[in-house]
Design a protein around this ligand. Structure first.
Ligand SMILES: [Zn+2]
Length: 240
């Protein structure tokens, strides 16, 4: 699988919001700035078939209206399925209502661009050769918050979404070819992992970090941990 980091920043960082793309077909999170970043990187955005949203914080889903509108304007016929937690559809409709109050009948934009939002409690779907699975993680008061596993031909790439340390995160690292983990702040908190947690987890498997503040990025770079790649916007990895 090809793994492309579209954004690797937290909300305080100059880097684009954390988002990753697998094989140009599966996008994980679509927060602020992600659509323009995809366009800048010349990703064929209408080839994206699935978007997996981890949780309902703006830096993870606020760009969905742009993508939905672009697809509608271009009358894209290949379908896009957006999977995410309950209330995702309602939240995206609220963004349309605030951001594009002049537009009526929002549903027509979903239909014209062949885009659908599917809310779930526990995701387990097949998409061709890929198995997509959600795991519940611990992002403090933000519930539910999901991580994801994308599996193909026995290789697994996993994503923490936003989470503090919890058993589900450790299991993701243990059972994946590579785990893309958030590292939101320089210190551990109730909501996010810090570099010390990343260091502990790196004994259990290969890690790429994302969702970093500038301080966190610097700290991780100085720690220079074996088994940990500090992710940068645009990085591409091949997992075979
Ligand atoms: Zn969050």
């Amino acid at each position: 699988m090809k793994l492309q980091l579209i954004g690797t920043g937290s909300i305080t960082a100059p880097q684009t919001s954390a988002s990753s793309l697998i094989d140009d077909r599966i996008l994980i999170d679509c927060g602020t700035g992600v659509t323009k970043e995809l366009l800048k990187r010349k990703v064929r955005i209408f080839d994206i078939e699935v978007i997996l949203i981890t949780h309902l914080h703006g830096d993870h889903f606020f760009d969905l209206p742009y993508l939905i509108l672009l697809r509608s304007f271009n009358e894209v016929t290949d379908s896009l399925k957006i999977y995410g937690p309950k209330n995702l559809k309602e939240s995206v409709e609220a963004l349309f209502a605030i951001g594009f109050a002049d537009l009526e009948n929002i549903e027509q934009f979903f239909i014209k661009g062949n885009t659908s939002i599917i809310e779930f409690d526990n995701l387990k779907v097949k998409m061709g050769d890929y198995n997509l699975e959600s795991v519940l993680v611990d992002h403090g008061k933000t519930k539910p918050s999901y991580g994801y596993i994308v599996e193909k031909d026995g290789k697994r790439i996993s994503f923490s979404g936003d989470s503090c340390y919890c058993q589900a995160i450790e299991d993701l690292v243990l059972n994946s070819s590579v785990a893309v983990l958030e590292c939101g702040f320089p210190n551990n908190s109730r909501d996010h992992m810090g570099p010390e947690t990343i260091e502990e987890l790196s004994a259990k498997g290969r890690i790429i970090t994302t969702h970093m503040s500038l301080d966190t990025r610097e700290k991780l770079q100085k720690m220079n941990l074996e088994n940990v790649k500090v992710g940068a916007d645009g990085d591409i990895f091949y997992i075979y």
